[in-house]
Design a protein around this ligand. Structure first.
Ligand code: HEM
Length: 510
């Protein structure tokens, strides 16, 4: 039989419709027979991909209203599971912690971290344990952080000097805080801070690159949902990531080679004491069971720069915006600082333990704006039962901590910024209470909590003790969010500083 133009098109369309309907029916019954969680209906082949909205955290929260605290989405051929209640989060992060301590590495994550060799993406096992131990004990422990307080202090002083030079004019608070945090981290890692004019230009470049990176990491990518198509990189996500990584890689390579040369010239006795030297020594010593290579070093440096900078600086930016939005809160923080620190003193890091109201401001900021609103997605290493449903091995599990933190059955007036709700000291960052866990919980809990806490409290305290802040005329003060793996303020916080304290020395760099 010969088919002509119109007939063959009709036949192809009919075949496509039959295939699509069959697939749809197959997936529907497969879901039923496997006892998968409920979820919105989707299209054949694409599943729910076509209806995803860019603000994934709010979109998922909306779906949970209809489908319940555990629901599924077909992301192409990949099954996504979203949990949005304390009890389901507990099952995943506590009761089945070991099974869910794995990651479903996205193509963007692999490209960003030399093939997923960092802490964030390494599967749960001996290599991850080794990397985490190195970081938590060597770079992010309280002892190490105490020993490098002068670095943080110096950077904060420098930022204060910069802001003071701009008294009465507009300051981009997020940008300044980012530069401060970045400088502290690079200083801790390889002992170098960016100064002078370079500070602004290089810092701005880094900030842009980190922001693009976290945005790409949060972007739904067809390559992850149709692994067979991954090599075509249809959305160009990997291509974009591959263009970003060399910006960091050049700096990492330069620091590593300079360090190796310095050690050769000056000998072991005179070697530096920073994190990079520690990592290089570890590489040199070698360990046949869990090898540690220079690529691991670069992947770890990437985790520290990316994981450590945007998270803390966005938290501070949100905290400042929320406080400026509620001047009575800002006033209370300033009053607390006046009582504990005094108007003739600078804030020092040791003060932060005596500032319960400021602590409450940080906690309330992370309740309303948990900077990793869906955590880093988890992935079960075996099929497991959660909330009465089957969660198949290899699914991508999103824990919507953002939705839990705004759940009206847990929080009174959940949308109101009210630090007082944290004053009774009931909630902490340990991840033991699944009503509040901005740093995650269980084995994969954030590795940098101690550093984040010091950074956010010390920097915020300094900004509001030394300056009053006003919004420039014509500018809008708002606190809306933009989704990415790291949540950002939709529009940057621009404000005008005025000095609060009379001693001019407080505004000089040293
Ligand atoms: C306010 C600041 C921060 C917040 C809210 C935050 C929150 C989180 C969250 C929610 C996770 C994922 C937990 C999970 O997947 O279950 C995470 C992971 C991680 N964070 Fe943070 N973080 C912050 C700052 C930092 C800092 C300063 C560093 C280091 C310098 C850091 C390093 C890491 C690392 C390495 C991981 C991966 C842990 C793993 O997979 O084992 N974070 N963080």
């Amino acid at each position: 039989m010969i088919l002509y133009g119109g007939e063959s098109t009709t036949l192809i369309i009919a075949l496509l419709i039959i295939t699509a309907v069959t697939l749809y029916i197959y997936l529907f019954f497969k879901s039923k027979s496997q006892n998968l969680p409920p979820g919105p209906s989707g299209f054949p082949i694409f599943g729910n991909l076509l209806s995803l909205e860019p603000e994934l955290h709010t979109y998922f929260a909306g779906l949970a209203q209809t489908h319940g605290p555990i629901f599924k989405l077909w992301l192409g051929s990949k099954l996504g599971i979203v949990v949005s209640s304390p009890s389901t989060a507990r099952e995943i992060l506590k009761e089945h912690d070991t099974v869910f301590a794995n990651r479903d590495v996205p193509a963007a994550g692999r490209a960003a971290t030399y093939g997923g060799l960092d802490i964030v993406w390494t599967p749960y096992g001996p290599e991850w344990r080794m990397l985490r131990k190195i970081c938590v004990l060597k770079m992010l422990s309280n002892t190490t952080l105490d020993s490098v307080y002068e670095l943080r202090r110096g950077e904060v002083r420098r930022t204060v000097g910069y802001i003071h030079d701009r008294v009465g004019s507009k300051v981009n608070i997020g940008e300044q805080v980012f530069l401060t945090v970045l400088n502290v981290i690079t200083n801790m890692m390889w002992g170098a801070a960016v100064k002078g004019e370079e500070r602004e230009s290089l810092g701005a470049e880094f900030r842009e690159a980190v922001a693009e990176m976290t945005q790409l990491l949060g972007k739904p990518n067809l390559s992850d949902f149709f692994p067979r198509l991954a090599r075509f990189d249809l959305q160009g996500v990997v291509k974009e990531m591959n263009a970003l990584v060399p910006r960091f890689d050049r700096i990492f390579e330069k620091m590593i080679s300079e360090r190796v040369k310095k050690k050769e010239e000056k000998g072991k006795e005179n070697e530096s004491k920073d994190f990079l030297q520690f990592l290089l020594n570890l590489e040199e010593e070698g360990d046949s069971k869990t090898p540690f290579t220079s690529t691991h070093i670069k992947a770890l440096l990437m985790d520290m720069v990316v994981g450590g900078s945007d998270t803390s600086s966005n938290t501070i930016e949100f905290a400042m915006a929320e406080m400026m939005n509620k001047p009575e809160v800002l006033r209370k923080v300033q009053e607390e600082l006046e009582t504990v620190v005094g108007k003739d003193n600078l804030v020092e890091e040791f003060h932060i333990h005596k500032l319960p109201y400021l602590h409450a401001v940080m906690k309330e900021t992370l309740r309303l704006h948990p900077v990793l609103p869906l955590m880093v997605p988890h992935c079960p290493s075996e099929t497991t039962n959660v909330g009465g449903y089957t969660i198949p091995e290899g699914s991508r599990v999103f824990v919507n901590v953002w939705a839990i933190h705004r759940d009206p059955s847990i929080w009174e007036n959940p949308l109101e910024f009210d630090p007082a709700r944290f004053l009774d000291g009931k909630w902490d960052y340990s991840g033991n209470d699944f009503n509040y866990f901005p740093f995650g919980s269980g084995r994969r809990i954030c590795a940098g909590i101690a550093m984040a806490e010091r950074t956010v409290l010390y920097y915020t305290a300094t900004l509001v003790h030394l300056f009053d802040w006003t919004i420039p005329e014509g500018e809008n003060l708002e606190v809306s969010e933009k989704f990415g793996i790291v949540l950002k303020k939709k529009t940057p916080l621009i404000a005008i500083p005025t000095p609060r304290l009379s001693n001019p020395d407080f505004y000089r760099e040293n």
